[in-house]
Ligand binder design. Structure first.
Ligand SMILES: [Fe+2]
Length: 253
């Protein structure tokens, strides 16, 4: 979330990668540049910090320039699979096999953002049908960017046993329910964010309190000082690409 979030990633990612022996990092990109969207410059900055693939949310198209990267097979950033006509997924080529990933937007947050989405369950089915004979794909990671907890939980059960992981986000607040579902899929309702800790999801608290008290429309001002948080999940796959475990990483300082 914003430049504070980039700083938090800069200060923590290398240590986390080393500690958990991480091979591949995926990160949500929709709130990077001044809290909305991601510029091409910030894409390369985060990539250079060790992020291999970037997922999407309701603000992902804020900087139009990013569309050229989303449209290209060479850049590991996805748009929303259930919105628009862009590529629905990306394939990350790794030494341990190809990993397919995509982002779905929940229909509640879509409606709030004025984005007409297609049904995420049906789009997930379409993608899985499309790639079912591609044996080079060894793992599938689904990012679900949604608002209702019921949506965020149920999509995990819907895809359970068909993909390696369904990772929820958009709340910026991590949930304490990371687990392997009965069919073997790793799931968390919300992974949380990287950025300011003492804030309203990265925005200065007093801005939000004033807005709530007065009802006035005001601009978000990001919190760039104070305590930080780094939230993630670590997912381990065995040699057969089955999920060994999912664990939350929640650092503060
Ligand atoms: Fe969002």
């Amino acid at each position: 979330m914003g430049s504070f979030g980039i700083k938090v990633v800069e200060n923590n990612l290398a240590t986390v990668k080393k500690k958990y022996q991480v091979d591949i990092v995926l990160a949500q990109a929709e709130n990077v540049t001044f809290g909305k969207g991601i510029s091409i410059k910030d894409f390369y900055r985060l990539k250079s910090l060790g992020i291999d693939g970037f997922t999407a949310g309701n603000h992902i198209y804020h900087y139009k320039e990013i569309n050229s990267l989303i449209d290209s097979n060479d850049h590991m950033i996805v748009g929303l699979a259930n919105y628009g006509f862009q590529k629905k997924y990306k394939i990350l080529v790794t030494p341990s096999g190809n990993i397919l990933f995509f982002s779905l937007l929940g229909q509640i947050v879509g409606k709030d953002a004025g984005i007409i989405t297609e049904n995420p369950l049906k789009i997930a089915d379409e993608i899985l049908t499309l790639i079912k004979n591609d044996h080079s794909i060894k793992a599938i990671i689904v990012n679900f960017h949604g608002d209702y907890s019921s949506e965020k939980v149920i999509i995990g059960h819907y895809l359970d046993g068909r993909v390696q992981a369904v990772i929820g986000d958009h709340w910026h607040v991590p949930t304490n329910d990371a687990r392997i579902l009965p069919g073997g899929t790793a799931h968390i309702t919300d992974v949380g964010m990287c950025g300011s800790l003492d804030s309203s999801l990265g925005v200065k608290s007093n801005v939000i309190i004033d807005r709530w008290l007065t009802g006035h429309k005001t601009k978000n001002i990001l919190e760039n000082d104070g305590k930080w948080q780094f939230n993630a999940v670590n997912i381990s796959l065995d040699e057969d690409y089955k999920v060994n475990y999912i664990q939350s990483i929640n650092l503060k300082g």
